[in-house]
Design a protein around this ligand. Structure first.
Ligand code: LMR
Length: 389
């Protein structure tokens, strides 16, 4: 029977990993999938993570099941870091999830069982996997403008106008910071405007927090979302530890739902547990145990923050270089964007030529992972861009 399956194309972002690996050219440049790379092109394990893993190896006495919600103390530590004092913890239901993507799927499942007829509104462009994850959960999706690649400008007025058609109870996906794929983040004033509209129209924000700490600073990256955490009666936040702790393959994330009452929080807690149980039973433990140890230890937490700050400074330094040295290519906007990604004004044809003729790998949309560059490859990349312009 399997021969009747439609032949599905591999995920385009993940396919780039394999294509890059197979390219024998020594001067190839990988600006594809969103992982941090240091000046040598490596994605090292953070020292805070290594130290926590060592202690874990020495002290962990059992690997017996933890339960459908995973490590509760890990989720509580992330909750305190992300929400700070914006919300009474008794109003927040939470669960450890398999990565941020797993958290998004759980968020979609939770929304679907809560509001079976609801729609989710998504600003474009967005991370290419958002739409498949939401539609796989059976959500109906409405698209909105968010960013215009040609002018490198936010389309906030158009987004807000589009949202006026949303019905009370509809959900709205927002990127907490380090917008993927454009790096174009909202200012606090813009968060406030969106928050007012969401409250007025009784819409449910679902905030994807995948890259916090890699934009303007840990606290700064959370500040906009915290305005909504404080002001909205209900919202969902999905957090990922893949990038800011560099534990991509350990698959660690969390979902948090702010509810109107401790009774509602208890109901969401139970629903999250049953979604987990019927999907994958319970999340993997290793990453959660590591991040819990880091967040609970003042020393490891300080080391982690220093390492995170260094990654962010590196990204922002590369952004400034691209903006200055690539001003003839219209790259100034890259210097005012944040996180790993920017989307350049490139046609699919130019993206293909960059890959085939120059060994520069990036997403078909023209999205680049800034962290794939270093001091030596910035000029080579700009040279390749000039060659295709
Ligand atoms: C990306 O956008 O490159 C990352 O979030 C990795 C992924 O899973 O797509």
């Amino acid at each position: 029977m399997f021969e009747s399956l439609a032949a599905e194309a591999p995920d385009p972002l993940l396919a780039l990993i394999a294509a890059y690996r197979e390219d024998p050219r020594p001067d190839k440049i990988d600006l594809g999938v969103g992982v941090y790379r240091n000046a040598n092109g490596d994605t090292p394990i953070m020292q805070a993570v290594k130290a926590a893993e060592q202690t874990l190896w020495q002290t962990q006495t059992t690997k017996a099941y933890l339960g459908a919600h995973g490590d509760i103390e890990y989720s509580a530590a992330v909750r305190d870091m992300v929400f700070s004092d914006t919300v009474d913890p008794a109003l927040i239901a939470m669960m450890q999830t398999p990565g941020g993507t797993g958290g998004l799927r759980i968020a979609a499942d939770l929304y679907k069982v809560t509001c079976p007829e609801g729609k989710i509104w998504v600003g474009l462009p967005t991370w290419p996997n958002h739409l498949p994850v939401f539609s796989a959960a059976g959500l109906s999706i409405r698209e909105l403008p968010y960013f215009d690649v040609a002018s490198q400008g936010l389309q906030l007025d158009a987004m807000i106008d589009g949202l006026r058609e949303a019905r009370a109870g509809d959900a709205v996906l927002l990127h907490g910071c380090c917008h993927n794929p454009t790096g174009a983040d909202l200012s606090l004033e813009q968060w406030r405007r969106i928050g007012e509209l969401l409250a007025e129209r009784e819409l449910l924000p679902i905030i994807d927090m995948a890259y916090y700490g890699l934009g303007q600073g840990l606290e700064e990256d959370l500040a906009g979302a915290r305005l909504l955490m404080a002001s909205m009666p209900e919202l969902i936040v999905v957090s990922s530890c893949s990038k800011n702790f560099g534990i991509y393959r350990d698959r660690l994330g969390s979902i948090f739902a702010k509810t109107r009452s401790p009774e509602a929080a208890a109901k969401v807690h139970a629903t999250l547990g049953s979604i987990s149980r019927r999907s994958y039973s319970m999340p993997p433990d290793h990453g959660a145990a590591v991040v819990r140890s880091i967040l609970h230890s003042p020393d490891l937490r300080r080391i982690w923050r220093e390492e995170l700050d260094a990654m962010r400074d590196d990204l922002n330094g590369l952004r400034q270089r691209l903006a200055t040295e690539g001003s003839d290519l219209g790259l100034e906007a890259v210097g005012a964007q944040f996180g790993m990604f920017s989307t350049l004004r490139l046609s699919p044809e130019q993206v293909r030529t960059l890959r085939e003729a120059h060994g520069v790998y990036m997403a078909g949309s023209g999205r680049i992972n800034i962290a794939g560059l270093n001091e030596e490859t910035v000029p080579l990349f700009l040279q390749a861009l000039r060659a295709v312009h």
